[in-house]
Write a protein that binds this ligand. Structure first.
Ligand code: ADP
Ligand code: MG
Length: 634
């Protein structure tokens, strides 16, 4: 037994305590995954060692095959994992096994409900990792030594998974990490060769280095116990190097959990080997759920990069655009140099062509998913649709392809679910319709009842309803799809083109002519509040509406700019009125200029309210309305 010095007891970070509690109580039905998580870490540690040893071969300390060993002791009820990877220093152990470094963790923890079923899903989004050891163990000892430091600088970390852990400095001859799990008395079934072998086969077969178990050697009576022989129980070859046809779905799924540090199966994947001018293999996955930190700037993104099977870096961001940052996987290049750095990746022209090919692969995979598994695609869109909407602005070359993947709510649905694709929309468009109509707004409830939709409802024309914060901005990057241009129905002078018959148009012109006097009177009454007054042909039920000028910012963009403290260019709306509405007829016949003024301002303010805007002078609106109400009740 080695001497332990500098012993300290430290408390876990609050979030770790919460995570531990949650894990132990929520993952009970899936406890064997602890082994997958610890093997995954050991494999990462070996990858890191291999990489660091490229520049500093002395880190290998004379060699020895890189591997993971799993052993057990039935009597002591322990399971032990040992790797000869990069190891941890004392500081590493305190940080990595005492805190959670992910940004947004505290926020995430607030979402926990205490309902074990719901929380176990959340924990999936979070990733379980090292702490899963405490699902089966009531005490965990970690002995580790960082490659390249003296044997006297080993570390012993020990915890019962409650509030704290002990840490001390120990002698450790071999580089790497040994983890001893002291099994809870109800979990001693894991101290068993067959059980461990099966779990390793099931979850960790894809791990690219040997995982060894002690061979079962029958003891011969009267003879001394033979030395332990080890045997490799996994396939021990990099999964992405195998031909697609030979890899089972379950293997792809388990590999995903290892690279993505995810708990759930992926939604879809694409495995490709590229040969020719550039040679590389990629294995790309679409996760089923969004990670909790999808919108955190510092959240991990990018692929795991290998160069000729050697792990080179995690989170290589240069291979995919930002709007595909949720894609996980590996890329293994034959062309890059083993000492590539992030800086080099950003400049290397090879990377640019790989990036555009990988981007296309992902978009193709999503297209296929949308086409073949529409239900799954719905789930995908719920999780990642907001991020995909960043696409048209970022990736000009693939704009049309991305547009085809977008999903919107529309006047054809009744629940605001984003399920309508642009191709669906066009497929059921009216005869002669050569535009894609849309309306943006704050909430579905608001746009659904917008007066802007009245004429479309009357003519049975579908309108896309866009209520995500990003939508107006998104639409500023989309001009057309499949040759049909987008038209904001709240903007400019609505022209329904072929959808209006010649008679309709003639009739509209005549009405407009007959209302010229009213238009002038309204202009005078509304004065500075409006850019223009005109007769509307988009209203059937409402008396008036405010349209946005062709070049002006919409409400959403104005609000975004205002919220970010930017100056918003002044713009005035166009006041359109419905000549057939009784209120407008009344207005037209109003002799008193004072009454006319009050009523037109009320109509103007009401139109602003219906558009989801706030009133410039709400008190004046109330005063005018009350004045009319009093007159009415006399
Ligand atoms: P993740 O694997 O997602 O980073 P884990 O909770 O599984 O999270 O592990 C936390 C950290 O602890 C790892 O990132 C690594 O730095 C360290 N670690 C865990 N196991 C080992 C090991 N066997 N060798 C070296 N470092 C390890
Ligand atoms: Mg891990």
């Amino acid at each position: 037994m080695s001497v332990e010095t500098q012993k300290e007891t430290l408390g876990f970070q609050t979030e770790v305590k919460q995570l531990l509690h949650l894990m132990i109580h929520s993952l009970y039905s899936n406890k064997e995954i602890f082994l997958r998580e610890l093997i995954s870490n050991a494999s990462d540690a070996v990858d890191k060692l291999r990489f660091e040893a490229l520049a500093k071969p002395e880190l290998l300390e004379g060699g020895a095959e890189l591997k993971i060993r799993v052993s057990f002791d039935k009597d002591a009820k322990t399971v032990t994992l040992e790797d000869n990877g990069i190891g941890m220093s004392r500081d590493d152990a305190v940080t990595h096994l005492g805190t959670i470094a992910k940004s947004g963790t505290a926020d995430f923890m607030k979402h926990l409900s205490g309902d074990q079923k719901k929380d176990s899903h959340l924990i999936g989004q979070f990733g379980v990792g090292f702490y899963s050891a405490f699902i089966v163990a009531d005490k965990v000892d970690v002995f580790s030594r960082r490659a390249g430091v003296a044997a006297s600088e080993g570390v012993h970390w020990s915890s019962k998974g409650e509030g704290e852990f002990e840490i001390s400095t120990v002698e450790k001859a071999d580089r790497g990490t040994r983890i001893v799990l002291h099994l809870k008395s109800a979990e001693d079934e894991f101290a068993d060769g067959w059980r461990l072998r099966n779990i390793i086969k099931k979850y960790s077969d894809h791990i690219a280095l040997p995982i060894e178990l002690p061979k079962e050697v029958a003891a011969v009576e009267g003879e001394e116990k033979p030395a332990v022989e080890w045997e490799t129980v996994n396939r021990a070859s990099a999964l992405w190097t195998r031909p697609r046809t030979e890899v089972k779905d379950e293997e792809y799924q388990e590999f995903y959990k290892h690279v993505a540090h995810d708990f759930e199966n992926p939604l879809s994947w694409s495995h490709n080997k590229v040969e020719g001018k550039l040679e590389y293999t990629s294995l790309l996955y679409v996760p089923t759920r969004a990670p909790f930190d999808l919108y955190q700037r510092e959240a991990p993104k990018g692929l795991k990069l290998y160069v000729q099977r050697v792990f080179v870096m995690d989170q290589a961001e240069s291979f995919l655009p930002l709007y595909l940052r949720f894609i996980k996987g590996v890329v293994d290049s034959n062309d890059l140099s083993l000492n590539v750095s992030r800086e080099i990746l950003q400049k290397d022209p090879i990377i640019d062509s790989m990036k555009s090919a990988l981007t296309k692969r992902v978009l193709d995979m999503l297209e296929k998913l949308a086409k073949n598994e529409p239900e799954q695609y719905k789930g995908f869109w719920k999780n990642f649709g907001q991020v995909m909407k960043e696409g048209p602005a970022e990736d000009f070359a693939n704009k049309e392809k991305i547009a085809g993947l977008l999903r919107f709510a529309s006047t054809q649905g009744d629940d605001g679910e984003q399920v309508v694709g642009l191709a669906d929309y066009l497929a059921r468009a009216k005869e002669g319709q050569d535009k894609i109509y849309y309306l943006t707004g704050e909430t579905y409830a608001q746009v659904k009842n917008s007066p802007h939709l009245e004429v479309f409802r009357k003519k049975g024309i579908e309108v896309l309803l866009l209520t995500d914060r990003i939508d107006e901005w998104l639409m500023s990057y989309l001009n057309d799809f499949d040759g049909k241009s987008f038209v904001d129905v709240a903007r400019g002078d609505l022209d329904l083109g072929n959808l209006d018959s010649e008679e309709d148009k003639k009739a509209a012109e005549e009405v407009a002519k007959s209302k010229e006097g009213l238009v002038e009177r309204l202009k005078t009454a509304l004065g500075e509040s409006v850019a223009e007054v005109r007769v509307s042909h988009r209203l059937t039920d409402s008396p008036a509406i405010l349209a946005i000028g062709e070049q002006d910012l919409g409400l959403q963009m104005r609000q975004i700019l205002e919220a970010s403290g930017q100056k918003v260019p002044d713009s005035k709306p166009i006041f359109e009125f419905n000549p057939a509405h009784p209120l407008i007829e009344k207005l037209d016949n109003e002799q008193s200029d004072e009454r006319f003024g009050d009523l037109s301002h009320i109509l103007f303010d009401q139109a602003a309210l219906a558009a989801g805007d706030s009133l410039k002078d709400p008190a004046a609106y109330v005063r005018r309305l009350n004045k009319l109400l009093v007159e009415l009740s006399v």
